[in-house]
Design a protein around this ligand. Structure first.
Ligand code: DC
Length: 228
């Protein structure tokens, strides 16, 4: 990694607040925020559109050559996802795409396909990159590694509130079950499962609000980068 650029890796389970926190911190520090889950979601979206079973590894591998994923940044610094040239930034957030993304992310060929995209971005820009395997696989030499987590009940509660605010409410029990299923899939897959890097700093946001979570992350980042 060159001296001018630095990388902050944030891994953790779904719903821990990684993307909201990383986005704000990136804007404040003037660095690039890379949401790697969006890459898997974009491939999941294509598999969904084609009516393919995301667990059918061979079928997913067969369509990979026809999936062109681009990550572009608008003037306000927000990341947009293009699927074969079409902006799917909003579509990939649909709840049904989450399980598709999780299923395709367990396929080695899909991970291989996306690895270089992620590393290339980190070579040319200072980044705060969030995902499941950033500190362990994608950027093992990241300057800062954070494992951001919270209890599954708290994460489900936050997602449940978010869905209600968005006008797409769901029963809490259902949200909790989906969260548990995704946690299981993300931590039990054979390739690059979600796990805490040995040298990551763990931040648990179960009992702290957004402001306190952000302060905790900034503290880790500034200390790790030697700014304090
Ligand atoms: O962070 P997210 O919910 O948008 O991620 C969607 C899915 O993509 C998630 O269930 C697991 C997968 N993922 C991954 O395997 N590796 C990453 N670096 C990021 C996401």
């Amino acid at each position: 990694m060159s001296e001018q650029v630095y990388a902050i890796a944030i891994d953790g389970p779904s719903g821990a607040g990684k993307s909201t926190l990383a986005k704000e911190i990136a804007a404040e520090r003037g660095i690039l925020y890379v949401d790697t889950g969006a890459l898997y979601r974009t491939i999941g979206c294509y598999v969904f559109q084609q009516g393919i079973d995301p667990k059918d590894e061979q079928a997913v591998i067969n369509i990979l050559p026809e999936v062109h994923v681009d990550m572009i940044y608008s003037e306000d610094g927000l990341q947009h996802m293009l699927l074969n040239g079409k902006d799917v930034t909003t579509e990939i957030r649909l709840p049904e795409i989450s399980m598709y993304a999780s299923a395709v992310s367990a396929i080695p060929a899909v991970r291989e396909h996306l690895l270089e995209v992620q590393r290339t971005l980190a070579r040319s820009h200072s980044v705060i990159m969030d995902g499941r395997d950033i500190g362990t696989v994608v950027l093992p030499d990241a300057d800062v590694k954070i494992y951001l987590t919270a209890s599954v009940e708290k994460r489900a509660e936050r997602r449940w509130k978010e869905l209600a605010e968005r006008g797409t409410p769901k029963p809490y029990e259902e949200v909790l079950q989906e969260m548990e299923a995704r946690d299981w899939a993300d931590t039990h897959r054979e390739i690059a499962p979600l796990r805490e890097a040995e040298d990551a700093v763990r931040v648990d946001t179960s009992d702290i609000d957004f402001a306190a979570s952000k302060a905790a992350l900034l503290d880790v980042i500034e200390r790790s980068l030697g700014e304090r």
